[in-house]
Ligand binder design. Structure first.
Ligand code: EPZ
Length: 417
């Protein structure tokens, strides 16, 4: 089942319920390691990355099971175990086990997470910050050895608002001696969700959602019962799906408060977006209008994770737009397959493209190279005339619980198999 089949040319219509957030669920699952008790994490998406994280927790001695719509994690007997290498190298978010295991056991050995197709993804900010908290690092044979004989708080200033580094600092700092203050912290809603979970376990944290976080260490933690918020990137994907096909949809439980930049852009493209009690109601014109410029930025700016889907929607709009990618150095890999479908996209440099809207795209066989680029190709297939085959869609299943089911609920002619 590594292909998605789409017969395009249909405007999306109907309601769809937005799944739980991948990028909130993964660090929260890692954080369950910090309390020697059982936690229940509700509304976790049933996606490949969550199953991988469960395997990793299992390999560290946790007892993990899906129960009553949640994941129950008993972290009573955590031990410094051998984590399956491919589960680490294959999933960047395994990196948040670094902060969690340093907090719980004071040490960890793991494969170096390495980069991925969207960029080099160094971990220098993680290492520099945790180093100031008393962690010693050694890299040998592709492995990362980290040990903290006395984890302590520190005043940290991040050179860039890295989401992952902020999360790792949080996970270590709640177990450290003394206070940690982070200046220039990431403000992403997924970081706030991690703070909320840690607080529901008894942690003392101030400034969640701001760029200054204060963590009071060594407050005893207990197990927590926590609901993962809805996924703003999945909701944004269906928002741009509506804009690409000129539809009218209701995104149930869409986290509207976290989607300001995406809703603003959809508005510039002519879509009417209205908050209603069930979620976000969107009405899009037959053809979107293209704004002059879109630039990705850390939250609350326009998210890099929606850049590919916005680009796909713009390929069939009216006018032209320059899209600048400021977060990752290699996030336009979707351009060649979109061009194969008839899109008019010019690469100005490795981080900037100009898209000129065309009347229509033509369906054809294209290959997903990564998660969000894959979702963008599905949107292009919805907008295209004829049949599109998206292969390599195991990337898509890493972040979308069931994109075909969701889009069928919105009237799309889409199947996987
Ligand atoms: C998180 O990745 C998300 N992943 C990404 O979503 C998202 O694109 C990214 O944040 C930015 O919003 C998860 O939450 C699991 P960063 P993360 O550390 O934490 C550089 C998706 O599609 N950097 O904020 O890895 C880095 O190379 C994924 O769901 C350093 O230079 O992102 C990048 O250019 C893709 N040194 C930039 O900062 C460091 O030590 C942002 O990285 C750390 C990061």
């Amino acid at each position: 089942m590594d292909a998605i089949h789409i017969r395009g040319g249909v405007a999306l219509h109907g309601n769809v319920l937005i799944q739980g957030s991948k990028n909130a669920a993964l660090p929260v699952l890692a954080a369950t390691l910090l309390a020697k008790e059982t936690s229940i994490i509700r509304n976790c998406p049933r996606i490949a990355d969550v199953y991988r994280m469960i395997n990793l927790l299992d390999s560290l001695g946790c007892n993990v099971s899906w129960e009553d719509g949640g994941i129950r994690v008993d972290a009573g007997n955590v031990c410094e175990g051998e984590m399956p290498a491919e589960a680490i190298t294959g999933m960047r978010s395994s990196l948040c086990l670094l902060g969690a295991m340093l907090g719980r056991c004071g040490e960890i050995v793991m494969e170096h997470p390495g980069g991925c197709v969207i960029g080099e993804r160094p971990i220098d900010i993680h290492i520099a910050a945790l180093g100031k908290m008393g962690v010693e690092f050694k890299e040998e044979g592709g492995r990362l050895y980290a040990r903290a004989s006395g984890l302590h708080g520190a005043d940290l200033t991040l050179p860039f608002a890295s989401v992952g580094a902020t999360e790792n600092i949080l996970l270590a700092a709640v177990m450290a001696e003394g206070d940690t203050v982070v200046f220039g912290a990431a403000k992403e809603p997924e970081v706030t969700a991690l703070c909320d979970f840690l607080k529901c376990c008894g942690a003392s944290i101030e400034g969640a959602g701001s760029d200054v976080l204060t963590i009071h260490g060594r407050v005893p933690l207990h197990g927590g019962d926590f609901k993962i918020p809805a996924d703003r990137i999945v909701a944004g994907t269906y928002l741009f799906g509506c804009a690409a096909t000129g539809g009218c949809v209701l995104l149930e439980e869409a986290p509207i408060g976290q989607m300001e930049a995406a809703i603003h852009l959809a508005g510039q493209m002519g879509s009417k977006c209205e908050p209603v009690s069930e979620g976000l109601y969107i009405q899009s014109p037959k053809r979107a209008a293209l704004p002059a410029l879109v630039r990705t930025e850390p939250y609350p700016g326009f998210p890099t994770d929606l850049q590919s889907m916005a680009l796909a929607a713009m390929t069939v709009g009216e006018g032209e737009c320059v899209i600048e990618e400021t977060i990752f150095e290699n996030r336009f890999r979707v351009v060649p397959p979109l061009r194969d479908m008839g899109a008019d996209i010019e690469e100005l440099d490795t981080r900037k493209v100009r898209v000129k809207g065309v009347e229509r795209l033509a369906g054809r066989s294209v290959e997903a190279m990564e998660l969000r680029g894959g979702a963008a190709l599905v949107l292009a297939g919805l907008a295209a005339q004829g049949q599109t085959l998206v292969t390599g869609c195991s990337y898509i299943f890493r972040g979308y619980e069931n994109i075909c089911r969701d889009l069928r609920e919105l009237g799309a002619r889409i199947t996987s198999g």
